[in-house]
Design a protein around this ligand. Structure first.
Ligand SMILES: [Zn+2]
Length: 261
């Protein structure tokens, strides 16, 4: 960094009432009776949603030898919409900042320098609403689906692919298929019982092979490949556990046909 640039940056680091970002970085722990509200990325509602800051803590550090400084801020947030509690981390490093221009006054202003991460990670693929019924129906499948979507949204593609295959495995067991059978024989049994078509069997065989490649052959699926795998799992679950039940409910709701006298 040039000396002139460092002098300018040091000048800009003086307390500034117009710089909300830097005030936020040094904010004290908030009272739970009157929480501060900020914009954040809710795992359910998405980016730019209001969140109450339920707790906040900052650890600051400075290196007198090279003049750099940093701060690490953790926040426990509660979404003002869905009430989901999640964690936000803002790591700021002085050398990551650049000199920009204030959007209103046009004065020189420091920009960037903060890396923001969330846990749970922001959703890249949301669960379909109907999956809530499956979560409630079987604890094991519930956990597998949660891990599959968590891995997917954390870009842990190998783990997501393995979870997709295991989700099929558990689902077939719930459909009455012997869990001790090989995957190939499970698919044959599902076809024999009329649970899936031959075409669907071939699609699921590709899913199982992909999951096996991730588990045993070190294959890391590309995002598109992984999304296709999740499409297959969701279609199988929907057809096996939701659509059939939905049709039963629909049949029960429709009045029986009566012939005219
Ligand atoms: Zn929310």
């Amino acid at each position: 960094m040039l000396k002139a640039q460092r002098v300018l940056i040091l000048a800009l680091k003086k307390p500034c009432s117009s710089c909300e970002r830097r005030q936020t970085m040094t904010a004290p722990i908030q009272s739970t009776s009157a929480p501060k509200i900020i914009k954040a990325h809710c795992p359910r509602c998405g980016a730019g949603t209001n969140a109450c800051v339920r707790a906040e803590h900052t650890v600051a550090a400075a290196d007198p030898d090279d003049g750099t400084s940093s701060s690490d801020t953790g926040r426990i947030l509660e979404c003002c919409g869905c009430e989901r509690v999640y964690f936000q981390r803002n790591f700021w490093f002085s050398e990551w900042e650049t000199v920009g221009q204030h959007p209103i006054t046009g004065d020189p202003c420091l920009e960037g320098g903060i890396e923001t991460t969330y846990w749970p990670a922001p959703i890249t693929r949301a669960e379909p609403k109907w999956i809530a019924e499956i979560h409630a129906a079987d604890r094991t499948l519930d956990q597998l689906l949660s891990e599959m979507y968590t891995a997917l949204n954390s870009d842990l593609r190998v783990l997501a692919a393995i979870a997709a295959r295991t989700t099929f495995d558990r689902s077939s067991e719930l459909l009455g298929i012997d869990p001790a059978l090989s995957f190939k024989r499970k698919l044959s049994a599902l076809v024999d019982r009329g649970k899936i078509s031959t075409d669907e069997s071939e699609i699921l065989a590709a899913l199982i092979d992909a999951g096996g490649a991730a588990a045993h052959r070190g294959w890391r699926p590309a995002p598109d490949d992984l999304n296709t795998m999740i499409d297959v799992v969701e279609a199988f679950l929907h057809r096996s556990f939701i659509l059939g039940d939905g049709i039963k409910k629909l049949k029960a709701a429709v009045p029986p046909y009566s012939s005219k006298p």
